[in-house]
Design a protein around this ligand. Structure first.
Ligand code: ADP
Ligand code: MG
Length: 241
């Protein structure tokens, strides 16, 4: 829109982020930008930022993290999720006295869910997610995920309640009215209708803390290697500890 105004996220208030949009709408790049900027710019009391990446679809987007301990792809992704939840319990029960920010990023949450064949295990994972989303904020845990279709189903029994725990909701690219209704309130949807097609990659709508959706653009990444390196270095540093 020709207006440059950076939007910021306060991890103490709304640590959980949901990226949605069709394939190629820019979810993964947008999510990587937020992760990398968080790693570099989080306030001192949240440093060093700790990151776990789950890539159940085994995309090439994260292949450069292969072999690092906090990167879990394909069949290993559910285990990574469980380990992150264990980390949360450790802090909750006072076995872990650190206070830095711990982020779980899952690219395509629906794929993670579908990888868990056993129904009971799947429901357990969805329950753990609900607990993380609703209780972990004060312990400096952040759940960030990308999903094409943010249906309540993928979140299980606590479906809508889980979805509402995301304080940061970003819908990129041209989206159907059904997806909009899943993510935004009536005023926001009205505003999106008035605005018309927003189109394009990395462009969409963002709501913070249930506020009215506002048009947003993910910065255009000129040097993808540089962005990837920030994430790589974060996981490599964790591997040394
Ligand atoms: N902010 C951006 N800056 C530069 N290139 C981008 C940006 N967003 C998307 N792209 C390009 O579009 C492609 C698809 O975006 P991606 O984030 O992978 O979409 P999604 O995850 O929604 O399928 C990327 O591989 C990249 O080449
Ligand atoms: Mg993607």
């Amino acid at each position: 829109m020709g207006i440059e105004r950076w939007l910021s996220i306060d991890y103490q208030i709304s640590p959980h982020a949901l990226w949605s949009g069709r394939t190629s709408s820019g979810k993964t790049v947008g999510a990587k930008c937020l992760l990398a900027r968080t790693i570099l710019l989080a306030p001192p009391e949240l440093q060093p930022v700790h990151l776990t990446v789950l890539d159940p679809k085994e995309d090439i987007d994260f292949s450069y993290l292969d072999g690092l301990p906090h990167f879990f792809k394909g069949e290993a992704a559910p285990r990574g999720f469980d380990l992150f939840f264990e980390d949360y319990l450790a802090r909750k029960e006072g076995r872990d006295l650190s206070a830095n920010l711990k982020i779980l990023f899952c690219d395509e949450f629906a794929s993670l869910v579908s990888l868990i064949e056993d129904k009971r295990e799947r429901e357990a994972a969805q329950r753990k997610l609900f607990l993380l989303l609703s209780l972990s904020r004060s312990r400096h845990f952040s759940v960030q995920m990308a999903t094409q279709q943010p249906t309540a189903q993928i979140f299980g029994a606590s479906g809508t309640a889980s979805r509402e725990q995301f304080g940061v909701v970003c819908l990129l690219g041209d989206s159907g009215s059904e997806t909009r209704r899943m993510l935004f309130d009536g005023d926001s949807i009205e505003r999106m209708k008035e605005f018309g097609s927003i189109g394009g990659r990395g462009v969409g709508w963002l709501s913070i803390n249930g506020g009215i959706a506002q048009p947003v653009r993910v910065p255009i990444v000129g040097n993808m290697d540089k962005l990837n390196r920030v994430i790589y270095n974060c996981l490599a540093r964790q591997a040394e500890q």
